[in-house]
Ligand binder design. Structure first.
Ligand code: ADP
Ligand code: MG
Length: 240
């Protein structure tokens, strides 16, 4: 799916990703209460804030994992929140990469299988998928580990496999939710070094959720979420 398949909108060149007035509740718990965020193409943005403030919910809405109750999510000039679930899923598979706190690798599969999986989902050629998985093993300093089961890896290795798996499709946007949360600080820094170096080399836009200031320091810009609102920097009148 390409951006051309998204609903046409009368928009000048604007941010790649934009959340407008996002509201989302879980039962009677409001997680987002009018969140606003704009992210330009190629930017690395860190979303910070206390536990329970709505960071993960904001990320999930931006990434089209679930739609907001109210408000708008724009991606590349189109309304992401207006797509059907199947088209959102397809857009995610082709345009978005995800890294979570615990890599969420498939333990029954090898490291190479895990990295090739998103390509196989996108019906890429099998041989080519494994060749590209191999390249990403090298880029993440995981040479020689392709045949291992993910359970045999250290935490840092497993998280680098998760980064490789997220980047192998060359996503437009990489979403990362507490990507170093399960790692010690040195291992986490190494993973962030690789993640941000590769994202910059590929021109990938990154939205990174973290409560760790050292992790946020890798970003071009930090925003703060509190009580379901992006509170700083304050949104400019009329948006960006
Ligand atoms: P953060 O990532 O900043 O810790 P979350 O976005 O996960 O915050 O959560 C914001 C609020 O929404 C919290 O009160 C949380 O308990 C609630 N919440 C988030 N996800 C769910 C869910 N799946 N079911 C019920 N409540 C949820
Ligand atoms: Mg969270």
């Amino acid at each position: 799916m390409s951006a051309a398949d998204l609903p046409a909108v009368p928009t000048a060149k604007g941010p790649l990703l934009r959340a407008r007035d996002l509201h989302r509740s879980f039962g009677s718990t409001p997680a987002l209460r009018g969140a606003e965020l704009s992210v330009d193409a190629g930017e690395i943005v860190a979303v910070m804030g206390p536990s329970g403030s709505g960071k993960s919910t904001l990320l999930h809405c931006l990434a089209g994992i679930f739609p907001p109750d109210r408000g708008e999510v724009w991606f590349d000039g189109g309304r992401l929140d207006r797509l059907s679930e199947s088209r959102r899923t397809e857009l995610r598979r082709t345009s978005f990469g995800f890294v979570f706190q615990f890599g969420q690798l498939v333990p029954e599969l090898t490291v190479a299988d895990n990295i090739a999986l998103p390509l196989l989902f996108n019906r890429d050629d099998r041989k080519d998928a494994y060749r590209r998985a191999d390249e990403w093993l090298t880029r993440l300093e995981l040479d020689g580990l392709g045949g291992r089961r993910t359970g045999e890896l250290s935490g840092g290795q497993a998280q680098r496999v998760a980064i490789a798996r997220a980047l192998v499709i060359h996503p437009r946007v990489l979403f990362a939710d507490e990507p170093t949360g399960s790692l010690d600080s040195l291992t986490g820094e190494r993973a962030m070094d690789l993640l941000t170096d590769l994202a910059r080399a590929e021109g990938t836009t990154v939205v990174l959720v973290t409560h760790d200031a050292r992790v946020a320091a890798y970003a071009d810009r930090e925003v703060m979420v509190r009580d379901g609102l992006v509170t700083s920097p304050y949104p400019v009148e009329g948006g960006r």
